[in-house]
Design a binder for this molecule. Structure first.
Ligand code: ADP
Ligand code: MG
Length: 350
């Protein structure tokens, strides 16, 4: 029988490596929107608007009023691993920004075409510049600009396969609206809007407010907001768990077929299946109608108890002492629901 010669091993071109990596970070239009909005939040914006064409496949435009980008940084802005947020590995322990790996903008230029317009404070005009495959296509051009940064992305124009597989997905825009809704009820000091290209009305529209309930009302509607109960819990026992939690959970009048769980841990939008399941169990056991709940929860933990250095697309978190935390939150939710249920039954009887 024939013995095959081993194939030669060679180094991949950097552009191939970057394209492959980019496809991982930007899997769908919603991943690009998330990265761009997080950049706007990191830039201390108070107003963020998103415009989407064709579910984000044709165009994504994110405009903010944040601190902008320096002229001298524009040449390396979209190179891989360029960031203003991290210098030393140790900084990861205490990092507050959403981003830090300097990969998002670079990735977008490998799966699409990116145009940036930005102005920094005190400048008379801004600059506009486009990027492809990590590099500037031209010298930045002076242009009129109001405040902050606007990034326009034409995704996947050079990725035939990705375009084909994504084309039939009508739910890309729904995913984007869902994402913006979640950001809007957590970052209540920021105004958000999300609009389809050509549409007169925004699908998400929130105005900065000191009241979380107001924000929930303007994003998810009165039918949700009027059926919520405030919850709080905390623990400060270094031997078992240290956390603070506050949020809103739906009461027994709320009806839905699907659970909505909006979870932020240390201000990062995450998912925690264990916690979600634990709370669904409480609802089934406590409320007669056994509707699926609406839950908004913000949990604060010592930074060293959360590993932020997971892959950007991996939203599922695992926490130190997760079981203890989940159990404590579960029991708080249970007692709040029982109390509200009893007072309701009592009201109905009297
Ligand atoms: P990261 O967010 O991990 O640093 P990105 O590729 O997302 O990496 O962004 C690279 C850098 O570009 C950021 O560190 C930041 O300095 C700058 N930047 C990106 N978007 C904005 C924005 N909307 N406003 C101001 N600066 C921005
Ligand atoms: Mg970023």
């Amino acid at each position: 029988e024939e013995v095959k010669e081993p194939p030669r091993i060679h180094r991949l071109d950097e552009s191939v490596v970057n394209r492959i990596a980019a496809g991982e970070v930007i899997q769908r239009p919603v991943s690009a929107v998330k990265e761009l909005v997080e950049n706007s939040l990191d830039a201390s914006s108070t107003s963020i608007s998103v415009l989407v064409k064709d579910g984000g496949l044709k165009l994504i435009q994110v405009s903010d009023d944040g601190h902008g980008i320096r002229y001298e940084d524009l040449p390396i802005l979209c190179e891989r691993h360029t960031t203003s947020k991290l210098s030393k590995y140790e900084d990861l322990q205490s990092i507050k920004s959403m981003g830090f790996r300097g990969e998002a903008l670079a990735s977008m230029t490998y799966v699409g075409h990116v145009t940036v317009t930005t102005i920094t404070r005190g400048q008379l005009h801004g600059y506009r510049v486009s990027y492809r495959d990590g590099v500037m296509e031209n010298e930045p051009k002076a242009c009129a600009a109001v405040k902050g940064t606007q990034i326009i992305e034409n995704l996947f124009y050079n990725m035939v396969a990705r375009r084909k597989t994504l084309q039939n997905s009508a739910d890309d825009y729904t995913k984007i609206v869902d994402l913006l809704s979640r950001f809007a009820i957590h970052h209540i000091d920021v105004s958000f809007s999300c609009r389809k290209h050509g549409a007169a009305r925004a699908d998400v529209h929130s105005v900065a407010t000191p009241s979380r309930l107001n924000a929930i009302r303007s994003v998810y509607g009165l039918s949700v907001a009027q059926n919520l109960i405030k919850i709080e819990a905390s623990d400060n026992d270094p031997s078992s768990s240290v956390f603070e939690m506050d949020g809103f959970i739906s009461n027994s009048n709320y009806v839905a077929k699907k659970t909505t769980m909006v979870l932020f841990i240390n201000d990062r939008l995450v998912e925690c299946t264990a916690l979600k399941r634990a709370l669904e169990v409480v609802y089934v056991a406590t409320l007669p109608k056994a509707s699926k709940p609406f839950i908004y929860m913000s949990i604060t933990l010592p930074p060293e108890h959360v590993d932020v250095n997971v892959h950007p697309t991996k939203r599922e978190v695992s926490l130190l002492n997760q079981e203890v935390i989940v159990e404590k939150i579960q029991s708080v939710v249970e007692s709040v629901l029982r109390n509200s249920n009893e007072s309701r039954t009592f009201q109905e009887q009297t």
